[in-house]
Design a protein around this ligand. Structure first.
Ligand code: X8Z
Ligand code: ZN
Length: 606
């Protein structure tokens, strides 16, 4: 086979010999012309992108009720950005250059495609719609993060609510806090319907069927392909999820002294507002990270995160990162609010890197710090001369989410924690309990992300879910995928889906996280077995430059290449849940034993 191909190439080059110089000169001219266009576009793009980031940053870090300054600035900056990226002139030129795509470098072609992708969100032909969408997005964000959560008439933060759900044994207190956490959905309902329509209509102008299909296309996949992929993931983890669900129903019924074990888990029993992470249900003796962190300053946790990345060979964070980020919860008496969901920002696609968080000394935030710094180090790694600003993104969005979560997982394993002095190296821990705790995080997340969130948004955008069915749909999906039900009646006066940040401001992208969990186990498995030669359940990445170099190899190419090729080259296979399933395989026997004689309420096969 190889020989044949070589011969074929020789034949082609002989027959093409005569015309070669002229053709090459012509190709060079086309490349140069394309490059001139790309350079010019990039220059304006980066400036407008930075203006937009700066306005958005203020609007997310300093929300003052009744003050319209932020809204005005965001509107202005985002309209300018939209006007440029969606201009008909840009679209036509880009399409023209793409007609010669066979003569261009792959990186040029990818930049042109990126331009078209950005244009489709803001077409000039529907500029009035785009302006309305920008205003609606901003208003939704202000409502979401300016919302005053109240319990017993007193203002509380989402951090306070999370703590109650994590630690309280009092069912009444839990219910009050859970209900308060859902309160924010109500005033977001009309806005969500309006945004759905505006998002669908804007991307429709350039031929996308709906906003969900548009977002999925970033992976080079169709909507149906993505739905199939998500369904496959749920199917693969289902046997294990079913055991975890059965175990949790019985454990929780015991904990709350319920007369009967309910068929489905009431949402306020779970230690997370959406039931997406149940890991706080298990405390592994000798490996209690919440206890180890309780008396640490939040600053210390952030520095520990950075130290981990530095130890494997990444650079220290620039001083501006610490100066400009918004890392900690606001003081209780602050007269403004901020976005309470963690995020990482590449403000100018250069070196202005920032995090927006509300770090508290908990295990959850310890993991989140690693997650967000993963984004920051990804930004830093692909900010290099080989990656043009237009391709400064992850290999795909799932890759971007995977890196920090990977280091988060690694930073929770015992050999790592022992080296850091966070746990006693000599204490023997119960490995099964530890694996159970991890499964309650990573496995439990998949029916939520690949199932509930993805199906809800597919229905919202691609199936035009009517507003008077938002809540019905949400809870149908929660029951089907998570085996979770609302504690009390949640009619259409509520809008519980919108209590999840992403439903409002990271629309139609939550499958990114499902993909990221699959990828992270693939990458972790490769690092543990082939680089560190350690058991994937008990690794210590700390200080390994080899691990750092391997990761840099992935990060520093940004979106220059096809993600499928990069994955194959990095871990030796395509996207596969196998490493994740292998990792948790030892848990199955334990759970089956625990669940012996117990009733299962989820179907055997999904
Ligand atoms: O939203 C996030 C990150 C944003 S950068 C903190 N995550 C998902 C969530 O909180 O729902 C991380 C994992 C899942
Ligand atoms: Zn993230």
């Amino acid at each position: 086979m190889k020989k044949l191909i070589t011969l074929f190439i020789v034949l082609i080059s002989i027959s093409a010999c005569k015309e070669e110089p002229k053709k090459e000169a012509n190709n060079d001219a086309i490349k140069a012309e394309t490059q001139a266009f790309l350079d010019e576009y990039t220059q304006t793009f980066v400036k407008l992108y930075y203006d937009s980031s700066l306005a958005e940053w203020d609007a997310n870090t300093h929300i003052v009720a009744g003050d319209t300054t932020n809204a005005y600035n965001v509107q202005k900056a985002n309209e300018a950005y939209a006007k440029f990226t969606g201009s008909t002139d840009v679209i036509e030129k880009t399409k023209k250059f793409l007609e010669d795509k066979d003569k261009l470098d792959i990186v040029q072609v990818r930049q042109l495609n990126t331009i078209l992708y950005a244009a489709a969100n803001n077409p000039e032909t529907v500029s009035e719609l785009v302006k309305k969408r920008i205003a609606a997005e901003n208003a939704q964000n202000e409502m979401l993060f300016g919302y005053d959560f109240k319990v017993d008439g007193k203002s509380v933060s989402t951090g306070d609510i999370d703590e109650v759900l994590r630690v309280s044994d009092n069912e009444k207190t839990r219910l009050k806090n859970w209900e308060s956490s859902k309160g924010v959905g109500q005033p977001l309902k009309d806005g969500l319907e309006n945004l759905r329509n505006l998002r669908n209509e804007t991307v429709g102008a350039l031929g996308y069927d709906d906003y969900f299909s548009y977002q999925v296309s970033d992976y080079g996949m169709t909507r149906v392909e993505m739905l199939d992929e998500m369904n496959k993931m749920v199917k693969e983890v289902w046997p294990l999820y079913r055991e975890l669900h059965t175990w949790a129903r019985h454990e929780l019924a015991k904990k709350y002294n319920a007369k009967e074990v309910p068929d489905y888990i009431p949402a306020h029993w779970l230690p997370n507002r959406w039931g997406q992470d149940w890991s706080a249900l298990v405390n592994v003796e000798g490996l209690d990270i919440d206890a180890a962190l309780k008396d640490k300053e939040p600053e210390w946790i952030v520095k520990e995160g950075e130290n981990f990345y530095k130890s494997i060979g990444f650079n220290p964070l620039p001083a501006s990162f610490y100066e400009k980020s918004s890392m900690y919860p606001l003081p209780k008496d602050a007269d403004y609010k901020k976005n309470n969901h963690a995020s990482a920002w590449h403000m100018n696609l250069e070196n202005d890197l920032r995090c927006l968080m509300s770090v508290e000394p908990t295990a959850e935030y310890y993991e989140t710090i690693h997650h967000e710094l993963g984004h920051i180090y990804y930004y830093q790694a692909y900010t290099n001369p080989n990656v043009p600003p237009l391709l400064r993104g992850g290999a795909n969005r799932g890759f971007h989410e995977a890196i920090g979560s990977l280091l988060g997982l690694a930073a929770m394993q015992k050999p790592f924690l022992a080296e850091k002095g966070l746990v006693d190296a000599n204490v023997k821990i119960d490995e099964t309990q530890n694996l159970l705790k991890e499964a309650l995080n990573y496995v439990v997340f998949l029916p939520f992300s690949a199932g509930v969130m993805t199906e809800f948004e597919n229905s919202l955008y691609a199936e035009n879910l009517p507003k008077d069915q938002f809540n019905k749909k949400w809870w149908e999906l929660a029951k089907k995928y998570q085996g979770m039900i609302p504690p009390t009646d949640r009619g259409e006066e509520f809008n519980d889906a919108a209590s999840k940040t992403h439903i409002n401001n990271d629309a139609a992208q939550y499958y990114d996280y499902a993909i990221s969990y699959i990828l992270l186990f693939q990458i972790h498995d490769h690092i543990a077995k082939n680089i560190l030669k350690q058991d994937p359940h008990a690794t210590n990445y700390y200080g390994s430059k080899e691990v750092g170099n391997f990761l840099k190899g992935i990060l520093q190419t940004g979106a220059n290449n096809d993600w499928r090729v990069l994955l194959k080259e990095s871990v030796g296979s395509g996207m596969s849940a196998k490493p994740m399933l292998d990792y948790f395989e030892p848990l199955m026997a334990y759970l089956k034993e625990q669940n012996k004689g117990r009733s299962y309420t989820l179907p055997e096969n999904f």
